[in-house]
Design a protein around this ligand. Structure first.
Ligand SMILES: NC(=O)c1ccc[n+]([C@@H]2O[C@H](COP(=O)([O-])OP(=O)(O)OC[C@H]3O[C@@H](n4cnc5c(N)ncnc54)[C@H](O)[C@@H]3O)[C@@H](O)[C@H]2O)c1
Length: 304
């Protein structure tokens, strides 16, 4: 797979799929997009053009994304197939069995799963050496990172070609050396979320206070200094002393919090149902989403 003329297929045109298609199209690649839902497929190009316009970029790159109504036609000519359907192990396993039948023998097959080990998704394939994970972050056309995860079967050639192509389209790929659940980023992120939810559940503060604390302290700093750099800055002797005192008191439950279970049972799912930890009017949602795009755009302008 050559980074200059690679053809890409994206399966699943939802939140992540359309944005991933946008990255390759903007870098000049032809992209074929497939979705079972005709509305998601039909609207993807407009969605991409709107994203580009909102960022002040040429929306015509969306024309390089070709919506295709059948899976075989979408993946048949691709050098790289990226799956972006819902986070469901058996749905992904069934889909890859089908993709494997239609894709070229040397095409790299990638899943964008958030946390499922790649080994579990790809273990049943006949050609496991070309299967791997590419874990993108939302919005994929702004957040630079893509975690690239191989299994014990993935060939070095498939990993190298994928990393090279991602670099060529302007992403920051990292190689995750072991196929652990959640890879790197989501393990870090959800360790924080577990503690945040526990603090609210234990009555230490409300959700708004959690967000204020993070956004006005270590949140902005994290974009400049990662945790390992920051530990070196303050001194590892201090880090050790803090951990000795603090670790016995941190949340360490091996299951989701009952508080979170209750919110979900009550259909408080967040923005999509109008309420989660907060109440979400349509205006407030739009305001937060616009602020996110505005503030994160720095990541494109000044890579880490
Ligand atoms: N949302 C995020 O922030 C995020 C970040 C990183 C990774 N992911 C992962 O990316 C994947 C997709 O997430 P999303 O947020 O884009 O979901 P989404 O619900 O927005 O989109 C999924 C799309 O897949 C389509 N689909 C379902 N089954 C299909 C099939 N068999 N063939 C073709 N299309 C099918 C649906 O119609 C839908 O349009 C999930 O595995 C998710 O965990 C999500």
């Amino acid at each position: 797979m050559s980074p200059s003329d690679a053809r890409v297929a994206v399966v699943g045109a939802g939140l992540m799929g359309h944005g991933i298609a946008q990255v390759f199209a903007r870098a000049g690649h032809e992209v074929r997009l497939f979705d079972l839902d005709p509305d998601a497929l039909g609207g993807a190009r407009d969605r991409i053009a709107e994203n580009l316009t909102a960022l002040g970029l040429d929306p015509s790159a969306a024309d390089r994304v070709q919506p295709v109504a059948d899976l075989a036609g979408a993946v048949g000519e691709a050098n790289l197939v990226i799956e972006c359907v819902r986070e469901d192990l058996s749905a992904k396993q069934r889909l890859f069995a089908e993709i494997e039948r239609h894709a070229k023998p040397d095409a790299v097959l990638a899943t964008n799963t958030s946390v499922i080990p790649i080994t579990r998704i790809m273990g049943g394939l006949a050609s496991r050496e070309r299967a791997l994970g590419t874990h993108w972050w939302n919005p994929p056309y702004i957040v630079p990172l893509v975690e690239v995860i191989g299994t014990e079967w993935t060939s070095g050639a498939a990993l190298d070609a994928t990393m090279e192509l991602l670099r060529a389209v302007g992403k920051v790929p990292v190689h995750v050396r072991r196929d652990v659940p959640g890879f790197i980023g989501n393990r870090l992120q959800h360790a924080l979320w577990r503690e945040a939810i526990a603090l609210v559940e234990d009555g230490v503060c409300d959700p708004a206070t959690i967000d204020l604390v993070v956004k006005s302290s270590f949140g902005p700093r994290l974009a400049v200094l990662g945790p390992m750099e920051n530990a070196d800055l303050v001194g590892l002797d201090l880090a050790l002393a803090v951990h000795r005192t603090l670790f016995p008191h941190l949340a360490n439950a091996g299951a989701p919090s009952p508080y979170l279970e209750r919110l979900v049972a009550e259909q408080r799912l967040g923005m999509k149902t109008g309420a989660g930890f907060y109440e979400w009017s349509a205006e407030r949602q739009q305001e937060v989403k616009s602020r996110l795009i505005r503030r994160l755009s720095y990541a494109e302008a000044e890579p880490v």
